[in-house]
Design a protein around this ligand. Structure first.
Ligand code: SAH
Ligand code: F3S
Length: 433
């Protein structure tokens, strides 16, 4: 009988891909197969996130639960960003944990499995040329890493300390992965990195020079591939050439993530984001001009140290001007190893919560008018998921979630849909071709 692996993945798309890599290695080299019941598993992995404080607290309570319900000889491993920054502290606080594997050391999963109490968290470890075995959780969409780490030093962010410096993966490897995904039936690839359009800044090899715009052109030449998405780009690197390629290339999906963080130039400076409110608005305007159908998503942090009412109003003003199709908003959470952790001009926690709910309520009013305008519109939807309520869900080119009544025959197909009912987060429609 094969051994069973239970894996819980928290955090971002990069963690999802890291988990796929670990599943692939453990299944090919160690004979594991996936289970969604932790109590029957021989190995329990938690792939953690440390971007905000809450998920870190949750980790130790979850570990306690897993330790109680697991089989007596089952192993527990903690992976991901919290593993990177807490390291052996995790085993100190939860001595039953068998190993700790950092976000930059995923390729060592089979190795740590056989070394009890192993802690592998080197953040300058170079995995950019490692050939992982294959595993994909969806046959329709393939996540592909294009770089690891992040070279920015945003003062609120722990990621550069958990994932290390940025290294790009050579384009040939990325294109080969895209080809393989298409051969296995995927129509869409999702290129992943902490800062994708900074691609090409540093490679392990010497002759791999290429920037993100060129990489997009190369990937789009993969035959049979119909859709390219990517996350996360950074507006600082959105030069005209990049936006023009984005506009012109029919395979590139027309949805862009522009992580604003704050609309106040003062706060952006304190965050060391490298752009101003005006630069952000300029890039968003250029994008909307060249790509009228584009949907723009963003990340916003409220109550960063020093944020005044006027700074917060600046953020709301950018939201009013850009009219983001999607906003991920967070209350600032001080993180260890970051510069902002020592900032003393903290914003009162209740005021932070008030700002967060004000911002979210404001975004809801924007979303109501965006979704109302979708009624009667037609769009091409790529169907990826059969829901238990009898609906099939998919996404339009510009990332609108659409559900239609239908059967699994639609899975993996692109069809033209007319929107018949709208809501804030999901649109309903019927197939017209
Ligand atoms: N390069 C990635 C950033 C990963 S972190 C990207 O651009 O998406 C994802 C988001 O978490 C950030 O954009 C930011 O909005 C939020 N975040 C990061 N650190 C945070 C902190 N200390 N407190 C609150 N939110 C934070
Ligand atoms: Fe974090 Fe800024 Fe990089 S948000 S991941 S340091 S671009």
């Amino acid at each position: 009988m094969s051994k069973k692996l239970f894996i819980e993945t928290l955090g971002c798309a990069m963690n999802v891909r890291d988990s796929e890599h670990m599943i692939a290695e453990l299944s090919a080299l160690e004979g594991y197969e996936l289970t969604d019941d932790a109590s029957t598993a021989d190995l329990i992995l938690i792939n953690t996130c440390s971007v905000r404080e809450k998920p870190v607290h949750k980790l130790f309570s979850e570990l306690g639960v897993f330790n109680k319900l697991k089989k007596s000889d089952a192993k527990i491993g903690v992976c991901g960003c919290t593993a990177s920054h807490l390291g052996k502290e995790i085993i100190k606080r939860a001595p039953y944990v068998n190993f700790v594997l950092g976000a930059r050391n995923v390729s060592k999963i089979s190795d740590v499995l056989h070394r009890d109490k192993a802690v592998e968290i080197e953040i300058d470890y170079d995995e950019s040329l490692f050939a992982f075995k294959d595993f994909r959780s969806s046959p329709y969409k393939a996540y592909i890493n294009i770089s690891i780490g992040c070279d920015k030093q945003c003062t609120f962010c722990i990621v550069p300390k958990t994932r290390g410096d940025e290294i790009s993966i050579p384009a040939d490897l990325i294109v080969a992965e895209a080809q393989k995904a298409v051969e296995c039936g995927a129509k869409e690839v999702f290129l992943l990195g902490q800062n994708v359009n900074n691609y090409g800044r540093r490679f392990s090899g010497e002759n791999d020079k290429m920037n993100f715009t060129e990489l997009l052109r190369r990937v789009s030449r993969v035959e049979g591939l119909e859709r390219i998405r990517f996350t996360s780009p950074h507006q600082l690197h959105m030069d005209d050439e990049f936006i023009e390629e984005f506009a012109r290339n029919p395979k590139i999906c027309k949805s862009m993530h522009m992580p604003l963080q704050s609309g106040s130039s003062e706060i952006l400076k304190a965050m060391k984001r490298g752009y101003t409110k005006e630069w952000f608005l300029n890039r968003a305007r250029k994008l909307r001009e060249l790509v009228p159908d584009v949907s723009i998503s963003t990340d916003i942090i409220v109550a960063f140290p020093g944020e005044s009412d006027a700074d917060f109003q600046d953020t709301l003003e950018v939201m009013e001007q850009v009219k983001f199709e999607q906003v991920f908003s967070f209350k600032y959470s001080p993180r260890p190893l970051t510069e902002a952790e020592s900032f003393t001009n903290v914003v009162d926690s209740e005021l932070g919560s008030f700002r967060l709910s004000t911002l979210q309520a404001y975004q809801d009013t924007i979303l109501d008018s965006i979704s109302a305008a979708l009624l009667g519109k037609e769009m091409e939807v790529y169907f990826e998921e059969l829901r238990s309520d009898g609906y099939i869900a998919g996404r339009s080119d510009n990332n609108i979630m659409v559900k239609v009544k239908g059967s699994e025959e639609l899975l993996g197909k692109i069809a033209r849909v007319k929107i018949t009912e709208t809501s804030r987060s999901v649109q309903y429609g019927e197939i017209i071709a």
